[in-house]
Design a protein. Structure first.
Length: 336
């Protein structure tokens, strides 16, 4: 039910919602009020008293909506109950599916609408507002919530694009605490500072990226080959296939559907993850998706693998950090 609500919310927001949010006029567009990250209502937090965190940036859960004035708004209003609902649904769903025993932090932000991705010019014009919110949220998280713990960065779709910018701007001291970064459902055209491709299941300080399709003709609009790609089932970067057995749809109760037996392999020429044996028919992303592109299933299909992998990398990072601390302590010990 959690994931069903998460996926259904994507379709609902495209239809347009009405709200009475307070807005300002910027660059001839209505802009909702800026989130105040000192306000606990602007966060979804699960504190499990763990030794490591997940900082998750949600995907696009907002569609263009009409204000009472008749004007159209292209950004989420984080203070509007009706517009917060789908954001909360994804935060809850991802926390439940993948964070396991790790602490979980996810900020509400003024993400741009799904319609903003219909052209590169609209995306370029509107993404800076969303990025600015998350940059402020991440700084607040580091100062007030993180308390020096190792952390995982994760983002899906719009959230993954924003996450890459956090990585690029991250200072070296903060990067030393990064366990791994999960950039799900986007392409990474080239390497950049602090963006290093994952090569196996337990390397740390690396970036994980994958995009699932039926075949290489099923890419989304604007696709370019990703320089970083890995198979999240066997955690290999070559074309070695892996078997995945799981329920194909989050829209149906898991006990009411038959599991698919899928073969998953990485097409190294395109950087795409090829999925054979997927049977669900309810997966196409509104406006932007197409048959055979499994963008809306990127977390659901690999939920068990992601949860186990985050735990594994966190344990490896904690072990390595402990060894470095011990080594420094040994070096500081005087010789008698």
């Amino acid at each position: 039910m959690i994931m069903r609500n998460f996926i259904l919310s994507i379709a609902l927001v495209v239809l347009g919602l009405c709200t009475s949010c307070q807005t300002s006029q910027t660059a001839n567009e209505l802009v909702p009020s800026e989130p105040d990250y000192q306000d606990s209502t602007q966060w979804y937090i699960t504190d499990r008293q763990a030794a490591a965190d997940v900082f998750y940036i949600i995907s696009t859960e907002t569609g263009d909506y009409t204000m009472p004035s008749g004007e159209t708004c292209h950004y989420a209003d984080t203070y509007s109950d009706s517009l917060r609902a789908p954001l909360y649904g994804e935060m809850l769903g991802v926390d439940t599916l993948v964070s396991g025993q790790l602490n979980y932090y996810s900020p509400y932000y003024r993400q741009c609408s799904l319609q903003s991705f219909e052209s590169d010019s609209l995306k370029a014009a509107r993404m800076p507002l969303a990025l600015g919110d998350v940059q402020r949220a991440f700084k607040y998280y580091l100062k007030h919530y993180n308390q020096g713990r190792p952390f995982i960065l994760a983002g899906f779709s719009q959230g993954a694009h924003i996450m890459l910018e956090l990585l690029k701007d991250m200072d070296d001291d903060t990067f030393q605490r990064l366990i791994a970064a999960y950039a799900i459902g986007i392409t990474i055209p080239e390497a950049a500072p602090h963006i290093k491709a994952a090569k196996r299941a337990d390397d740390t300080g690396v970036t994980i990226c994958y995009n699932s399709v039926r075949d290489t003709t099923c890419t989304m609009r604007g696709w370019t080959k990703s320089s970083i790609a890995i198979n999240p089932v066997n955690w290999r970067t070559d074309s070695t296939p892996a078997t995945l057995i799981t329920e194909p749809s989050p829209l149906l109760p898991v006990d009411k559907q038959k599991k698919d037996t899928m073969t998953i392999h990485l097409d190294t020429a395109s950087g795409l993850l090829i999925v054979e044996g997927f049977t669900a028919q309810d997966y196409v992303l509104p406006l932007l998706g197409q048959e055979g592109n499994y963008h809306t299933r990127e977390i659901w299909l690999y939920r068990d693998q992601l949860r186990e992998n985050m735990s594994l990398r966190a344990a490896k990072r904690s072990h390595n950090l402990g060894a470095k601390i011990k080594c420094k302590s040994d070096k500081a010990r005087p010789t008698l």
